[in-house]
Design a protein around this ligand. Structure first.
Ligand SMILES: [Zn+2]
Length: 223
């Protein structure tokens, strides 16, 4: 992600192009896995790409199980090193609800080793990331324009920054800047984004689809 961000910064200073920033990242990803990230016209799975770009060397969040009755904790913690949250269960209905379910949710099958009661899976951020990305494969998931949660004493607020849509082997995007929504389809408008409307004019559900394409990634940044 640093490579991409510094490439974008150079482009903003007229010291490079967005394409050269993209090509550098593409080359690095291809070196990591030539199967997942091939050169040429073969497609790249965008969720895998987001996972790779937003991977950290540090632990971002930890997950563990806690009994709802006796509060016995399972010490088998799972550490997460990516800012990508998989939202693959359509019952979560909104991205905000998907994050809530990730932070605390009843485990579907595990029971407490102590008293055989149901257990909750808890996830806690070790470091609050600046960016959170949701990977989604259901168009029934609605896009929250804002996501808030409490981390210990602090209230953390994330604002919607962009949405990537997929369909017919092609990705398009909506980009949110200062409360305005811009649409981008590289095959139609090239480098140009088309102004759509104020973000406040969109409902959660009409952000879920875009010209017949469905949600793939939803990107938030800390306010
Ligand atoms: Zn128990």
């Amino acid at each position: 992600m640093n490579v991409l961000a510094s490439g974008f910064h150079r482009a903003s200073q007229n010291q490079g192009t967005l394409e050269s920033a993209r090509n550098k990242v593409r080359h690095l990803l291809h070196q990591r896995s030539s199967d997942l990230f091939p050169y040429g016209h073969a497609g790249t799975p965008i969720i895998e790409m987001a996972e790779q770009l937003l991977r950290s060397d540090n632990i971002i969040a930890s997950s563990w199980l806690i009994c709802m009755r006796c509060k016995n904790e399972n010490d088998r913690a799972i550490d997460l090193q990516t800012c990508v949250i998989q939202c693959l269960d359509d019952s979560a209905c909104t991205t905000a609800a998907c994050l809530q379910k990730k932070l605390i949710n009843q485990h579907p099958s595990r029971r407490c080793a102590n008293c055989d009661s149901a257990v909750n899976q808890i996830t806690k951020f070790e470091v609050i990331p600046k960016i959170i990305v949701f990977a989604i494969n259901h168009d029934s998931v609605k896009v929250s324009r804002k996501i808030c949660f409490n981390n210990e004493e602090t209230r953390v607020i994330f604002g919607l920054k962009g949405i990537v849509y997929t369909g017919d082997f092609h990705y398009t995007a909506r980009v949110c800047v200062d409360g305005n929504v811009w649409f981008h389809d590289g095959m139609v408008t090239g480098k140009i984004c088309k102004y759509e409307d104020k973000l406040s004019a969109f409902t959660d559900s009409n952000l879920s689809t875009c010209n017949g394409k469905t949600l793939s990634l939803v990107v938030y940044a800390q306010k």
